[in-house]
Design a protein around this ligand. Structure first.
Ligand SMILES: NC(=O)c1ccc[n+]([C@@H]2O[C@H](COP(=O)([O-])OP(=O)(O)OC[C@H]3O[C@@H](n4cnc5c(N)ncnc54)[C@H](OP(=O)(O)O)[C@@H]3O)[C@@H](O)[C@H]2O)c1
Length: 291
């Protein structure tokens, strides 16, 4: 199988490049080699390389920045995906695109499944929802909603490089350096470990699963404080941790409070989604192994 990875220098792009490269050919294109906002370039590259699957990891992920630069967010997260869908449609490639839990309003009390109605609360969230809709323009598409990604780069191309740093990466960096860490107690998430997302993506594509929308998160849910506590207790540095609430954190864009996602559909399709605690154990083992 030949895969084309866009946004290939990002945390998920690096890992997908590694995973799909294990038994296939990968054309890994960081932003400097393919700007997905350049419609003609997207069509040209796809015609030249004729991939079986396009894995779109390119995204505008500055949630607060999108509030003051909505055009940039819409270009990358929306119209860039439309170009990729057009290229996939023309060449017959499968399009894999990644969405976000932020498309929900966060007012639920049970984990959202794929039938739940979106209610985006920010420009970023709206731009990502637009991208989901455009991705459906590819006849063979998978839209995988991920959430609170962590661990990109730890088991990827170069284990010493964590180029971007997720919330979990930053928390663990601080703990390992003996710095204090604050964990939010009133925001609930289902974290997604990058290697598990990459393995699930490969499982869907290789297994020829039914196309459509899937929630691609580790099993379970936790507040950010609970995630931080789990990491701190495994590292023996609980005293570094203190609780805060969302009201104490200044952000330009609204964050949904409750964004646990149900992963039953992707598990039923054959993907393995371990618990977030199991993923955290593997992540910490990889981090400690680096030291
Ligand atoms: N990180 C999370 O917690 C999270 C949560 C929910 C959903 N997601 C989604 O999951 C996917 C992967 O996220 P990630 O965390 O791996 O992202 P990431 O680490 O921020 O990587 C995104 C990559 O896209 C590149 N990019 C930006 N604009 C581009 C353009 N116009 N053309 C080509 N490349 C461009 C960026 O390059 P530059 O660095 O040069 O700008 C960066 O390398 C994205 O769709 C994201 O929205 C992520």
């Amino acid at each position: 199988m030949k895969a084309l990875v866009t946004g290939a220098a990002g945390q998920l792009g690096l890992e997908l490049t590694r995973v799909f490269g294990q038994d296939g050919e990968v054309v890994a294109l960081p932003r400097a080699r393919l700007d997905i906002c350049d419609h003609e370039a997207v069509l040209h590259v796809t015609r030249e390389t004729r991939p079986d699957v396009i894995l779109n990891c390119a995204a505008y992920n500055d949630v607060d920045g999108a509030e003051t630069d909505p055009g940039a967010a819409m270009q990358v997260n929306g119209f860039g995906v439309r170009s990729l869908a057009a290229a996939a449609r023309e060449t017959g490639a499968v399009l894999v695109h990644y969405g976000t839990d932020f498309v929900f309003d966060g007012m639920a009390v049970h984990p959202y499944d794929e039938s739940a109605s979106p209610g985006p609360q920010s420009v970023y969230a709206t731009s990502k929802l637009l991208g989901e809709w455009f991705a459906r323009g590819a006849p063979r598409h998978y839209v995988l909603r991920v959430e609170s990604l962590f661990g990109g780069g730890t088991e990827a191309v170069d284990p010493t490089v964590r180029p971007l740093g997720s919330t979990v990466d930053r928390m663990v960096d601080a703990m390992l350096a003996g710095r204090p860490v604050r964990g939010v107690t009133d925001r609930t998430v289902s974290p997604s470990y990058v290697p598990d997302v990459a393995a699930a993506t490969r499982s869907l594509v290789m297994g020829n699963a039914a196309v459509g929308l899937y929630h691609c998160v580790n099993t379970g849910r936790a507040t950010w404080f609970e995630v931080a506590w789990a990491a701190a207790s495994r590292l023996g540095c609980e005293p570094l941790l203190s609780p805060i609430t969302m009201s104490e954190v200044q952000t330009r864009a609204a964050r949904p409070r409750f964004c646990a996602l149900s992963n039953g559909k992707i598990v039923a399709a054959g993907a393995t989604m371990p618990t977030w605690e199991d993923a955290l154990d593997r992540y910490l083992a990889a981090r400690i192994g680096e030291m």
